[in-house]
Write a protein of this length. Structure first.
Length: 296
C-alpha cells in the first residue's frame, strides 16, 4: 500500500480574525468551511483552500484565543510548505514583505524555499513547483517532520507508507509521496527537544485515503505493524483515523470524500457556521461563544 498525497494539515493558532485576514489577504487562500473543533466545541475549526476546494488540499486551524504558546519540537511538523508557480518566488517575497512578514530564503525543501511565519508564529514555507504556471498557492509542496526517533520515522515512511527516499542535504532526508503531486516529506536529521501543543504549532498532518475501505485497510496494516490507530471517526467532511508515527508526530489518514459540499453549496462554501448534527441543538450557545469574523 502506498500513500498518494497529503489531505490536510491542522495547526493551533490564535485569534480567528488574524488567521482569516492572513490566509485570505496575504496568501490568497479562501475560507471554505467555518465550523467548530468536534472534540472542543468552544473553539473554531477553520478550513482554508482554493475557492471551491477542488485542488484537494486544505489548511485547517483550531483557534485558541489564549496566549498559551506551544513549542515547536520533536514529535511535530516543523514547516508546512505550499507550492507556488515557477518563477514566482521573488514576487511572493515582495508580497510577504509588503504585509510586514519577515522572510528568510533557505533551501529547507532541497530547493529555493521562502520561510516565514503567520501572525501566530506558525512556521510556513513556499516552494516553486516547476510544472505550475500560476503564481498562486495550489496545494501542499510538502511538510517537514521533526522526529523524536529519526531512523524509525524514516523506516515508517518507506516501509509502511510507501514513500521513496529521493536524497538528502546536510540537514534533512527527503522523501517523495507516490502520487501525481510528488509531494515531499523532509525529515530533519537532528533530534530536537520534544515539542508541545499550543498556539503556533501544527497539531497533526493528514494523509489521504481513497475511500472507507482503503481507510480500514490502512487501519489494519498499521495495527499489524505495531502502530495504534484510533477507531474510524466521522469528521462530517471525511472519515479518519489517527495514530502517532514512531517518531511521535500525530498522523491522520482521511478519506477523500464526502467533501466540503456535503452541507453547503459550492458558491456558499465557508459563509456560515456549519455544525454536525449532534451539535445543532446547541447552535445558539455555541455561536454566542465564538468571536465573529469580519469579512467571512
Ligand atoms: Zn485532521
Amino acid at each position: 500500500m502506498e500513500m498518494e498525497r497529503l489531505h490536510h494539515v491542522t495547526a493551533i493558532v490564535g485569534h480567528p480574525q488574524e488567521t482569516y485576514d492572513f490566509y485570505t489577504q496575504v496568501l490568497g487562500l479562501h475560507l471554505i468551511k467555518k465550523t467548530v473543533n468536534f472534540d472542543d466545541i468552544s473553539t473554531y475549526h477553520l478550513y482554508f483552500a482554493d475557492k471551491y476546494s477542488e485542488e484537494g488540499y486544505t489548511m485547517t486551524f483550531f483557534n485558541w484565543e489564549t496566549d498559551r504558546c506551544g513549542r515547536v519540537g520533536s514529535g511535530q511538523v516543523g514547516h508546512t510548505a505550499f507550492k507556488v508557480g515557477k518563477g514566482s518566488l521573488q514576487n511572493w517575497k515582495q508580497q510577504l514583505e509588503n504585509n510586514d512578514v519577515e522572510v528568510k530564503e533557505t533551501e529547507r525543501f532541497n530547493k529555493p524555499t521562502l520561510e516565514f511565519t503567520d501572525r501566530h508564529g506558525l512556521s510556513l514555507a513556499l516552494v516553486e513547483d516547476d510544472n505550475q504556471k500560476d503564481a498562486v498557492i495550489s496545494g501542499f509542496y510538502g511538510v517537514e517532520i521533526l522526529s523524536g526517533r529519526v531512523e524509525a520515522t524514516r523506516r515508517h515512511l518507506v516501509d509502511q507508507l510507501g514513500l521513496t527516499e529521493i536524497g538528502e542535504s546536510a540537514t534533512h532526508f527527503y522523501y517523495e509521496i507516490s502520487g501525481a503531486d510528488k509531494q515531499v516529506i523532509a525529515v530533519y536529521k537532528s533530534k530536537v527537544d520534544r515539542g508541545f501543543d499550543g498556539v503556533g504549532t501544527v497539531h497533526h498532518v493528514a494523509w489521504q485515503a481513497t475511500d472507507r475501505d482503503d481507510l480500514v485497510d490502512w487501519q489494519t496494516t498499521l495495527f499489524e505493524t505495531g502502530s495504534q490507530p484510533t477507531e474510524v471517526k466521522d469528521r462530517n467532511y471525511f472519515e479518519s483515523i489517527y495514530y502517532r508515527e514512531p517518531g511521535f508526530t500525530i498522523f491522520e489518514i482521511a478519506t477523500a470524500g464526502p467533501g466540503f459540499q456535503v452541507d453547503e453549496d459550492r458558491e456558499a462554501l465557508g459563509k456560515e457556521l456549519k455544525l454536525p448534527l449532534q451539535y445543532e441543538a446547541n447552535r445558539e450557545a455555541i455561536e454566542a461563544n465564538l468571536t465573529p469574523i469580519e469579512g467571512a
